[in-house]
Design a protein around this ligand. Sequence first.
Ligand code: SAH
Ligand code: SF4
Length: 347
Amino acid sequence: MTFHDVQLLSADADELKTVLADAGFPAFRAAQLFNWVHAKGILNADRMTNLPEPLRQALKESRVLEPVRVGEILTSTDGTRKIEILLRDGRTVETVLIPDGEKLTQCISSQVGCSVGCEFCRSGKFGYVRNLTADEIIGQVLMARDAYYPGEQLTNVVFMGIGEPLHNYDNVVRVWRILCDAAGLNLSSRKVTISTAGIISGIEKLGRDLNGKAALAISLHAADEATRQRLVTGMKASLADIIAALRRYPLPKRRRFTIEYVLVKDVNDSDDDARKLVRLLNPIPVKVNLLPLNPHDLSAMAPPSDERVEAFQQILVSKGISVFMRKRRGDDINAACGQLLGQKDEK
Ligand code: SAH
Ligand code: SF4
């Protein structure tokens, strides 16, 4: 009795019943197994004390509970931890734990590389390699527990690591559902955010499949088409198309979209850009995350001065837009937004 090529960590309790039955185990074990993995966060079969020995053996022999392993863990002076995730094919991705008061946010990767190739982003600089499997994605969340500090508990997950989540739609949505499953980790749907550079078909499908419940962040970065093309080079959708898609999205009451805007010196940071952004966002409920560009070795672009950032922010605020300045976290270990690469940094 064993499991062959099963994606066990990303299966829901019903699917687990079938998986177990196919391997010759009774269906009622599914809820127990799901509870160990997702509610208790235990991946060591030896500790799953209410499972019979043959099932524990089968889990161990088939290695279904370890689709990924933890590699190097780098800790920033601000408590941010960047965790190297080793995949079975020898590739690596990265995931980041970001503590903030009572909150612990994990930023997870959805692909090896990224085909969008935004001008300022380190993750896309070597192109697209492959999608992560659903088990590899949720494996990042389950395995990162090794790097928690005592008493820490995960409260938020953001798909803002390496890759464009909506280019790996099915696996990302599968993981989103498992993270929010009441019998598992039970994260609130508004605390698991999918961030996209603007894939229209994916946004539409998300609206249909999850009734708009997934928290959605849109990486816009520009308020006119020419600037958008310059920064988000690999994306066909126009800003007008994206705004239209957001207007059609079944956003639940009292929710807002998050608009991410990386501020780049002399490219999209003028007062005029800010005013254009206000007009562009006028028809939709938003909060804006301003991210002064995190500089890195693979881009010549630079962040604006603090005064420029402040002036940009003020224009948005004066027009009634909620603005959050993304704190730079972990940039001493290349763990800040856009600095993840998925291969060891040569230092
Ligand atoms: N591909 C998705 C999710 C991963 S990127 C997306 O683009 O939304 C997560 C966020 O980090 C995006 O908003 C992205 O624009 C931002 N980012 C990328 N490079 C950055 C950099 N050098 N400095 C600051 N933010 C950056
Ligand atoms: Fe890909 Fe997002 Fe980086 Fe753009 S910002 S290259 S979409 S990971």
